[in-house]
Design a binder for this molecule. Structure first.
Ligand SMILES: Cc1cc2nc3c(=O)[nH]c(=O)nc-3n(C[C@H](O)[C@H](O)[C@H](O)COP(=O)(O)O)c2cc1C
Ligand code: SF4
Length: 410
């Protein structure tokens, strides 16, 4: 991987497609694959890991899901193999039901264990499945069949988020790999005429394509991580506005805007940040949401601000004086808007800003007027010590203390 990186000199992202399990008795299982993933992470040579599953030889439908195209497979053999495969195929090739995002459950285990940006694959077909992947904390999504059916689908979704995929997951494209991979329905039902908007897809080096995440405050032209270095650098001048209203139940307070969030124009927008998944899993919000929806939160009694307004690549770039000034400004803001709870996301920054060197995660004394303070762990991907389940537990404690209902169940 090092040799590949050195050769590419940052021109493109280096990713690996890793089996989470072969889906075959005696094959690679999730625990073993997690070990491999950790080695890859420790090695540090990858920009992202794309999570796949199945063995195309021994259990092909474990990856694809949906109908096994036995007749079409048989047709690729000569007699007598054609006859045998045609007769026994349904018994030899096990079928699994298709549903959007079908690898998500397994992929969550990798997400919880790794800091490397992850690519969710398997039944990503529309904006809803993309948004779910982002809200679950995956950095990217990859599409296979949906793109084979409609190569410009990401652009259509970009133009109209309600666009459905035309792929029917009958898998009749599978046997075409022997003579020119294509969607067989494109021979008889043409997909749409091409759009004139610029492409947003990026090849992952095989038949799957990776789409970059959507939304944000800046037109994106850049890297697989979302923005070019220049775009991120110019975001240092961006002031990310608060999302605030009077009398909120909880005002969340980050340390300061990171380059990615400032470039996107939304709070906690950096892929790999666990704020949004934790907010959902802890029942603060009724459905997965993406950073571009941060403006919807005051309607749920929630808001965002930051301790320090200055945008930096890392929170550690802030000085102690900036944090202390930020705390003074925060006091003013809290007194003006009177949230019931102020939740500061980052215990180290809280200790410095509020002059409370012994503060720990949880409720704090004293209050700011009527507003109680609470410290949550930083949801940044750099704070890997707190896994997503551990973060969710802390968010849930706050939700319960704030007397808010579990919106996942109500
Ligand atoms: C016809 C066809 C050919 C494929 N060829 C490859 C391949 O050469 N290498 C690979 O890693 N994946 C290959 N895939 C798998 C896709 O990249 C992807 O992992 C799979 O289709 C699941 O994603 P989907 O649900 O979006 O289709 C192929 C898929 C199809 C349908
Ligand atoms: S043949 Fe076309 S519609 Fe059918 S699964 Fe393949 S890409 Fe989708």
């Amino acid at each position: 991987m090092r040799a590949v990186r050195d050769e590419l000199r940052g021109a493109v992202a280096v990713t690996a497609k890793l089996n989470m399990t072969d889906g075959v008795r005696g094959g690679l299982g999730v625990e073993e694959s997690l070990r491999v993933a950790r080695w890859l992470e420790e090695d540090g040579g990858l920009d992202a890991i794309e999570l796949t599953a199945g063995s195309s030889l021994l259990n092909p439908m474990y990856l694809f899901r949906g109908d096994a195209p036995v007749k079409e497979f048989a047709a690729t053999f000569r007699q007598p193999a054609r006859f045998v495969v045609g007769r026994l195929g349904k018994r030899l090739i096990r079928e699994y039901p298709y549903q959007d995002g079908y690898l998500l459950e397994k992929a969550r285990r990798f997400r919880d264990a790794l800091r490397t940006p992850l690519v969710l694959l398997g039944g990503i077909t529309d904006r809803a499945s993309m948004d779910l992947a982002m809200a679950e904390g995956f950095a990217f999504v990859a599409m296979g069949r949906a793109l084979l059916r409609e190569p410009d689908l990401p652009n259509r979704i970009k133009a109209d988020p309600a666009t459905p995929s035309l792929c029917v997951h009958r898998n009749r494209c599978m046997p075409t790999i022997y003579g020119g991979t294509h969607c067989v329905f494109n021979d008889i039902i043409p997909a749409h005429p091409p759009l004139s908007v610029p492409a947003v897809t990026r090849s992952s080096g095989h038949n799957g394509l990776i789409t970059r995440r959507q939304g944000g405050g800046m037109a994106r032209t850049g890297t697989a991580r979302g923005f070019t270095r220049e775009e991120l650098e110019s975001a240092r001048d961006v002031l990310l506005p608060d999302v605030i209203a009077d009398d909120l139940a909880v005002l969340f307070c980050g340390i300061n805007p990171g380059l990615y969030s400032a470039a996107a124009g939304h709070h906690f927008a950096r892929p790999g940040n666990r704020f949004w998944p934790a907010l959902h899993r802890s029942g603060f919000i009724p459905r997965p949401m993406i950073p571009a929806q941060d403006g919807e939160l005051p309607a749920l009694g929630l808001g965002f601000t930051n301790l320090a307004p200055r945008t930096t690549a890392r929170a550690a770039e802030l000085t102690a004086a900036e944090l202390r000034e930020g705390a003074e400004e925060l006091h003013r803001k809290v007194r003006a808007h009177r949230p019931r709870w102020l939740a500061v996301l980052g215990v180290t920054a809280y200790r410095t800003a509020f002059g409370a060197p012994r503060a720990a995660v949880g409720p704090q004394e004293p209050s700011i007027g009527e507003t109680r303070a609470w410290v949550l762990p930083s949801p940044s991907g750099l704070n890997a010590h707190f896994t997503l389940p551990a973060l969710t537990e802390q968010f849930t404690r706050l939700r319960v203390a704030a007397g808010l209902p579990d919106r996942l169940t109500t």
